[in-house]
Design a protein around this ligand. Sequence first.
Ligand code: AP5
Ligand code: ZN
Length: 214
Amino acid sequence: MKIIMLGAPGAGKGTQAKKIAAKYNIPHISTGDIFRANIKNGTELGKKAKTYMDQGLLVPDELVVDLVVDRVNQADCENGYVLDGFPRTIPQAEALDRELAKLEQKVDFAINVEVPDENIIKRMSGRRACVDCGATYHMVYAAPEKEGICDKCSGNLILRDDDKPETVEKRLHVYHEQTQPLIEYYTQAGILKEVDGTVDIDVVFDAIVKILGE
Ligand code: AP5
Ligand code: ZN
């Protein structure tokens, strides 16, 4: 099963993608996580990506597409995957479709997690991410057992650099300009599924499982 998660920054794509990956036993591929790992490790890719990410801008397509194409061609992706944060532009979606067509494959579901802009800024200010393993929490909606400490690895929890309110506003603007057109793209392809992302995390997940099947 090949699944794409769509939605504004902070809509809950990552939260739901992790749950999907666990239930259906497929890899969770997050381009944002891949870039953050590269930044942490000080790679050339990380250095380039950081200059865009810190401004709330998209990393150029040419830095993203090859990376994802390589990743989905790895052995653990044989039974499918859930893509989180990719594609984010029409050229990225077209590149993915072209790559899959070579293998006579296609995307099965594009799930759009819908959350209005006014909820997003509130949500992002409460998000905390683990510096060591990247696990995501929310101070109100998904709090760790001990404040400021990751449940999984005891790493410190921090506010992401790009979660400052002014950067979130920029990211939302970029989302509407460059990523929202994908909703029409996948509607045309007949695979778009919408879920309400404003309800509890488990309720959103139940709606997704109804779409994907048990
Ligand atoms: P990326 O990491 O993909 O960021 P994003 O799309 O902005 O998404 P987020 O990770 O911010 O949010 P999310 O929807 O996953 O929400 P989450 O589950 O964490 O990308 C970062 C940057 O990398 C981009 O800005 C860009 O520069 C670059 N980049 C990445 N991919 C790229 C690409 N393909 N092309 C070009 N550039 C690219 O949830 C948010 C918070 O809300 C959490 O605290 C969570 O606990 C909480 N929450 C989740 N669901 C609920 C709920 N139902 N109720 C209450 N709280 C909830
Ligand atoms: Zn951790």
